[in-house]
Design a protein around this ligand. Sequence first.
Ligand SMILES: Nc1nc2c(c(=O)[nH]1)N[C@H]1C(S)=C(S)[C@@H](COP(=O)(O)O)O[C@H]1N2
Ligand SMILES: [Mo]
Length: 313
Amino acid sequence: MIKIKKRWEIPESEVTPESLYRQRRNFIKSAGVAGGALLLNSFAGAQASYAVDGYQKKSISLDEEITAEEDATSYNNFYEFGTGKEDPKENSQRFRTDDWTIQVGGHCEKPGTYSLEDLIRPHALEERIYRLRCVEAWSMVIPWIGVPLSSILKTMQPTSAAKYVAFRTLHDPLRMPGQQRSVVPWPYREGLTMAEAMHPLTLIAVGMYGKTMPNQNGAPIRLVVPWKYGFKSIKSIVSIEFVEAEPKTSWNMILPDEYGFYSNVNPEVDHPRWSQKKERRIGDIFKRETQMFNGYQEEVADLYDDLDLKVNF
Ligand SMILES: Nc1nc2c(c(=O)[nH]1)N[C@H]1C(S)=C(S)[C@@H](COP(=O)(O)O)O[C@H]1N2
Ligand SMILES: [Mo]
């Protein structure tokens, strides 16, 4: 069988060597309690999030600078922890993600309650450097660590009745103080068509910048759909459901004229209140042109061959 190399694959030589990450693990272990932050990445004890430990680097060659980690972890949208850009970092630090489980249901052969370990461990972790383009016309370039959503969904054996995948975030106003106000009909929900969910670019992320996912970025497990506006990349997922009809999505429920189900990055379709032609890369002064499908046109355009993207915005 001839394996066609995808644009986002890079040579095997860049795979984190086994010995290197073993060393790193030993270092982390010996760092002990003093290395509080590092301990997040260790396997020891009840883990607060998924331990990122060795991964293969794959990315579409982006000749763009990676956004400063400090920016990507302190300028966030995560309304469960407040609506200001700096709120999620400030308000999520005590959020505990121990014993996280994900409910899988709907049209599949393997429904049930999955622990984070059960869900992720069977798959190889990959690093993917993706652009993330917020509907608010700013963007970042982030090295995510995760697993293609398709690998995970396949193990759940969706049936032919599954046409869409619906996702939900945790709803727990005591742990997520932003949910004490009804800015969003909680829980936050998102959805993809089956074809979008199974697309090789669609990632379930458990880490970024070589580390376990920070709380403010959607710990312990979030979606990353790089060709869609950022709000499709739902954080802190607790439910995955295979459904027949197009699922309700939070932003479409709030403002249906402004946010459609598809929400593909599209410089030709303006938001009713602002243009989508340009974006500001966080860290830059000047704006840059927004690219169709956020630059992933070559990979994803065929998913939408039969759709009018002005109607299905
Ligand atoms: N549960 C949940 N997921 C969410 C959001 C949210 O408010 N709640 N905000 C979305 C928006 S608008 C964007 S742009 C991205 C931001 O991800 P980042 O903070 O990691 O950059 O998360 C998305 N996922
Ligand atoms: Mo966003």
